[in-house]
Ligand binder design. Sequence first.
Ligand code: AGP
Length: 613
Amino acid sequence: MCGIVGYIGQKDATPIVLNGLKRLEYRGYDSAGLAILQDETIKIRRVAGKIDKLFELVSESPLKGNIGIGHTRWATHGEPNKTNAHPHLGSNKDVVIVHNGIVENYLELKDELIEEGVNFKSETDTEVIVHLIELFLTSGLRIDEAVRMAIMKIRGAHGIVVFSKNEPDRIIAARIGNAGGVVIGVGKNEMFIASDIPAILDHTRKMIFLESQQMAIVKSNEVDIYDLNGNALTYEVHNVNWDPVSAEKGDHKHFMHKEIHEQVRSLIDTIAGRVNFTDYLIKFNDLSLDKELAISINKIFITACGTAAYAGMVGKILIEKVARIPVEVVIGSEFRYSDPIIDENTIVLAISQSGETADTLAAMDEGKKRGAKIWVIVNAIGSQAMRIADGYISMQAGPEIGVASTKAYTAPLVDLYMLAILLGELRDSISEQQRRDLVNNLRLVPDLVGECLTREDEIVEIAKRLENMQHCLYLGRGINMPTAYEGALKLKEISYIHAEGYPAGEMKHGPIALIDNNMPVIVISPKDPWYEKMISQIEQAKARGGFVIALATDGDELIKDIADRVIWVPETPWMLSPVISIIPLQLLAYHIAHQRGLDVDQPRNLAKSVTVE
Ligand code: AGP
């Protein structure tokens, strides 16, 4: 998510906004900017890159004024460059905006505005909003009315902060859905606005939290809050006693825990703007995939590292099942030494959260050299992987700070699911009804993930039972075999316990010799097409004295009788099962590591992005 800061009062807004943005650095971003009303003119300074560059720019060309807004941007639409950085001005330079969230219908609105003669300067979806506001202002509305009318036209979740030079006694703030918060800090004849408490905690502890579908008119000495029909609302002023550092993680002790719990939001964003639930169609605007290309594909290599590679293994099953295209998963560090057989009808699909992983980039280069078309599923917009690819799918998961990947695992799983459907539709390998059913199942994902998260206490209990184990086996089969690998990786990388993911069917070919009552076995056995086979795995492990924790679908009495512990997950369409099954395993790894007092966010020897071979 991006960061927002605003100020209106008697002081100079510039240092307040800049220092507030600095406080939000932890959220991860790739560009920054601020707008100040100075001598009745809106002045803007923006940079690509880190906030220190913005400080330098402002010291070289200072800004001074009593009203200002600022933003740190994590790019979802358009490269992270100065042009796309917020704030964005309207064409008449009367009104300026900063925005968190995704305008799901920005393409159609942008077309309509261009028809009206609007000249866009950036590639962002945000710019659509400020031009809409300007259109309503020119029809004679006040700034608050114009913002409300603009909000009625946009779809998605948003945090919006706007001011106009023609009504310089107020800032308008609005929150739609959950694209990060909108907080109003109450001072003495001054008010502060932020997407996160840490940005303004130095100035006040009296906070008003906007709720979804609410809009505020913020003046230096009063705040009025309305619903989107213009009805005035009462509100509470809270006293926040967080210390600034812990405020950065909100209620969470670690970024990893925060990011595990962000997966309802991040998956809503992953799906946002890609699914037409009227016609049940998928579209990826940045992939340049059409019917002709889809039909021409004779093979897809999926290449990635670590967690991303495990997502690729799920993608193989999905794309082969739905689109009937042969898929081979080759980890990045092996790909370029594997002499891959590639021609002009081959796709090399990379997956990378950072977009800077050296082994994955090398694999992409190798594929390009051999004539393949290169795609990437990437979270960091503007990263090297995105730049060298012929087309990309943005994970739209927001910045991931914890080294252990969580939401940047579930996001590509859903992207791969949607890609499989799109390829299947373009290649006529699925019927319309099959497509509609598969698309319809996407609606279930946020609630199913949310349901898993509500069961965290059950996981804490199991984590306590496993806290002192030295080894652990994770067994999975079919579409949940990668779940076993990923679950084991989560545990080993943050708890330093030797954990191994294994194809369940392979146990009898050797590894079963490892099982005794000191070897807990986590068996991933939800109701999926491989379920029946997993029952015997549980029995085999039990017969050798193993302590078996089975991940099972709600209501499964058989597994409840034979396993020592059960991790329950809600019933899920099998192709989306890996998205759900990994949630409790993320939580299990987190709680075991936390109980062991380890540095969950920065595990020893690991980096968030491995930019060396
Ligand atoms: C996963 O928790 C690790 N952080 C690591 O395996 C990671 O997935 C791998 O290094 C790939 O990183 P990328 O997605 O940024 O390319």
